[in-house]
Structures are given as C-alpha cells and as structure tokens.
Design a binder for this molecule. Structure first.
Ligand code: AHR
Ligand code: AHR
Length: 480
C-alpha cells in the first residue's frame, strides 16, 4: 500500500498527492513530475518504476549535458491538482512577470530502498502553486496533510510551506490558510529551542500551538528526513512529526484553535502551495520529497500507518557530486574552457572573483591569486568550499549571485553561500560547480567576472549563449 491507500482505508482520502520520489498509491503508474531541459526547451515526464520509485535514470539521460528544471509536480489523486510555477501575488517572484523560480531537477538527490530519486530543492525565490484546486478543504472543513522534508535545509524567512492557501496568492486575512511550515522563523510563533520547528501557517501567523507566540511543546526537530503533519477541523487542530527514516510520530500539539481572532472558524480557500507563503512570500528555503492533503480529519492511527509506510520506503542520502574527484586539503587552480578564454583561470583581485591569464611564468602574487585550497563544504560536507591561498580564512561565496572573496563570518548564510557541488562539466570538459543553495546556478565567467548563473534568467549573466562552456572548468593542481 502507499500513503494514500492508507488514508483511503481510514476514511480520509487524499485529494492531492505530490511526490517526485515515488508513487503514493500502490497502483499509481502515471507521471510523477515533468522536467524541462535548458538545451532545447524540451520536456519529459518522469514516472515510477515497478518498485514505485521514480525513474531517475530517465531524468539523468534526458538532462545529460544540460540543465533541467522541475516544471510540473503531478497530483496522483486523480483530481488534477498539479503544482506548477507560482504566479505573482502579494509579492512578486524573481522570474520575469513576477513568477517564482522553478526548482533544479538535481538539487536534492536521495535513495529510496537503494534506488536513486530526486526531491524538490526550494531555494529562496522558488515556489509552486495551484490556485484552482478541486476537492481541498474550504471554510472550516476538516483536512489533514503530511510532508517528508529535509530537516537540514531551512531558513528563517517566510515561508517554506506545503498545504492550503489563498486562491488569489494574496493575504486575505487570518484563517485563510492551513499549511505545514518548516523552518526557524521567529517572526510569529516558535517552539522550544532554536528551531527549526514544524508549525502551521494559518495566515498572518506561524503557529506552534494555541498561544500566539511560544509553545514549549513544539520541539526543535532536524532529522535529515523529517515527517511533518498538520491537521485541522472545527476548533481543533494538531501538529505531529518524527524521523522519516525510523520510529513513530509524536504529537507536538493537539487542541483548540489559536487564541487570536479569525482562526475559529477557519476560512480556508483551498489553493495549494509549495515552498512559499500564502501571499507568495518567497524568501524561504527547504526540500520537499513527498506530501499529501486529505479530505476529512485523519486519525492518529491512520497517520501512524502512513509514517510506517514512509519508514519502509527507506529514504537515505546519496552523493551530491559527480565528475572529477576533488580532495579536501589539496590546492587547485580552475581553468576556463570557453574558446575565448582557455588560458584564463579563476583568480581574485581583492574581493572580486574574476578570470585572468595565468601561466607557470606569471608573477608569484598572480599565481597565488589563482590558487585555492579545497575544503569540505562549510554549509554541507557533501560538497566543497574554496579557500583563498593568499588570504586564508577567506572563501569564494556568492552574494546577490555575484561571486566574491570574503572572510568567513561564521554565519549559516555565509557557510551556505560558500558551498559548491562539483558535477561533470556541462560541456564535457572538467567540472561544473553548482551552488549548493541555488542548484539551478553554477560558477560562470561572464565578461571575465565570476557569478553563479542559471541557464536563462533575468540577469545579464544568466544568458543561455555559451552557458555550458562558461560553466565548465578544468580543475588541476594549483599554480602556487
Ligand atoms: O502566516 C505567515 C505568512 O504571512 C503567510 O504565509 C503570508 O501569506 C503572510 O505574509
Ligand atoms: O547570492 C544569492 C543570495 O544573495 C545569497 O544567498 C545571499 O547571501 C544574498 O542575499
């Protein structure tokens, strides 16, 4: 059985079922998601193998030598409640016409029972939505939902959500949402410790219980794979959570609606969001693997069976990198491969990261500027950071998508901005260095300055022309 078979048996059927990793009904053989590739704009759908796990190999072959975005996350419930690129609302997204960004198809690799699959890696600016969903709860009607998330990928911005939101993409008032939130925002509610927490986004508030602010019963939770569940019915709701890889769910809150006006009764509107707030607030980050929304208030017993099903799916981590191996502690230089520039290497001039012509006869200072010590990724040890040879303690990081050489300030933001995941070079040479936190973006030289660029986008440096060449670098032993 799949999670939605279990919800059906419990009398609270799925009305939306989304996953890029697996079928959520044992009999589901339709599409899980659609990807679009950068080389020619073609799309393909990815479906489950006979095991129920997504056919990631089909994606890998379709996307070979180019970039791919997740364009549609299909609804497996049969109601057509698919998720697509979120439109502008109370806030604009960063894409043209105010749309949100789409997720990279390769940002969140995992295995299920040993078979590779990809989750949905939501960077700030990324979001999916369906403002015309059918069958989802409206008004004060009962519903439940769960999601499997990456408990190590979060931030404090509004709002990494999955669930029920406004059909207008605008904040229409308290009680107009009921969605799972995951992160360490302290703007509204908090639980115990420093977060991250599972909370409920009920609009104009992230709630951890009945009190408007802190509820000590809602613990910080950061397993690598987190099961998060929220459910609501007239004047009652609950937050539950646990480790998706083992054990059972705990109840973090179960009781009355929040003690503020507008939340009892609720005024749910029935749209579905992923990765954003109800008003298209899009500063949050997180990773989504699977999730559903139900009709009716699921019993704890039903949810416990769903958790057992998730554990049995055996989510596990897998490598974030490919291509030529990098060795931590080694010193490297990185040579451009675009025809214009094959004698140019990644260097720095002060805090600017650029390319310059470097050779064995260059001055020592320039050789040092072209030399980088490979470190374990400051933000994720499965990837790497690049420390300046001549300015120890300073690392290549991106800021507003421009690469800079900055001193490590010890912050989580810096660590994440300084973490890059090598993969086989997109033009077939060397390596391409993907920004861990923005996996649509790669080290790119553009007019001899380094950026993290996407293959198409609103910035000049996102130009599609010569993208594959500009993002491919041959990494060798350093000059200095
Ligand atoms: O409730 C928190 C957030 O407040 C909602 O997601 C958003 O619509 C509003 O800005
Ligand atoms: O480079 C993109 C983002 O810009 C970085 O993550 C952040 O530091 C800055 O806001």
């Amino acid at each position: 059985a799949g999670p939605c078979d279990i919800y059906s048996s419990g009398g609270t059927p799925c009305v939306a079922a989304h996953s890029t990793t697996r079928a959520l009904y044992s009999a589901y053989t339709g599409p899980l998601y659609q990807v679009k590739r950068g080389s020619d704009g073609a799309t393909t759908t990815i479906s489950p193998l006979s095991s129920g796990v997504a056919n990631a190999a089909a994606q890998d072959s379709f996307c070979a030598g180019t970039t791919c975005l997740i364009t549609i996350i299909y609804d497996q419930s049969g109601r057509g409640n698919h998720l697509t690129q979120a439109p502008p609302g109370g806030f604009n997204g960063p894409e043209s016409n105010g749309y949100d960004n789409l997720a990279s198809a390769i940002g969140a690799p995992v295995t299920l029972n040993g078979q590779k699959a990809y989750g949905v890696f939501i960077s700030p600016g990324t979001g999916y939505r369906n403002n015309a969903a059918s069958g989802t709860a409206k008004g004060d009607a009962a519903e439940g939902m769960y999601a499997v998330l990456d408990g190590t990928h979060y931030n404090g911005a509004c709002c990494f959500d999955y669930g029920n939101a406004e059909t207008s993409s605008r904040d229409t008032g308290n009680g107009h949402m009921e969605a799972i939130y995951y992160g360490d925002s302290t703007v509204w509610g908090t639980g115990s410790g420093n977060g991250p927490w599972i909370m409920a986004d009920l609009e104009n508030g992230l709630f951890s219980g009945s009190a408007v602010h802190n509820n000590a019963g809602d613990p910080s939770i950061s397993y690598r794979f987190v099961t998060a569940a929220v459910k609501g019915q007239p004047n009652q709701w609950a937050i539950r959570g646990g480790n998706s890889a083992s054990g059972s769910l705990s109840t973090f809150y179960n009781g009355a609606r929040p003690s503020a006006s507008g939340y009892n009764p609720m005024s749910k509107e029935g749209a579905i969001i992923l990765g954003i707030g109800g008003d298209n607030s899009n500063g949050a980050q997180g990773t989504f693997y699977e999730g559903v929304m139900t009709s009716g208030y699921p019993s704890d017993a039903t949810e416990n069976s769903v958790q057992a099903n998730i554990v049995a799916a055996k989510y596990a981590v897998t490598s974030l990198t490919s291509g030529p191996a990098l060795t931590t502690g080694s010193s490297v230089s990185l040579r451009a491969t675009t025809a214009c520039c094959t004698t140019r290497y990644i260097t720095h001039s002060g805090s600017t990261v650029n390319t310059q012509v470097v050779s064995s006869s260059s001055a020592t200072a320039l050789k040092q500027q072209a030399s980088w010590t490979v470190r374990a990724g400051l933000g994720n040890s499965g990837c790497f950071s690049f420390e300046s040879k001549d300015t120890p303690g300073s690392y290549i990081r991106h800021n507003n998508f421009v690469l800079l050489l900055n001193a490590n300030d010890g912050s989580k933001q810096f660590a994440e901005d300084a973490t890059f995941c090598p993969q086989a070079g997109l033009n077939g040479q060397g390596s391409s260095l993907r920004a861990w936190g923005y996996p649509t973006r790669y080290f790119r030289h553009y007019d001899n300055v380094l950026y993290v660029a996407s293959n198409g986008g609103v910035h000049t440096f996102d130009a599609t022309g010569s993208f594959n060449d500009d993002v491919s670098f041959v990494i060798s032993a350093s000059f200095a």
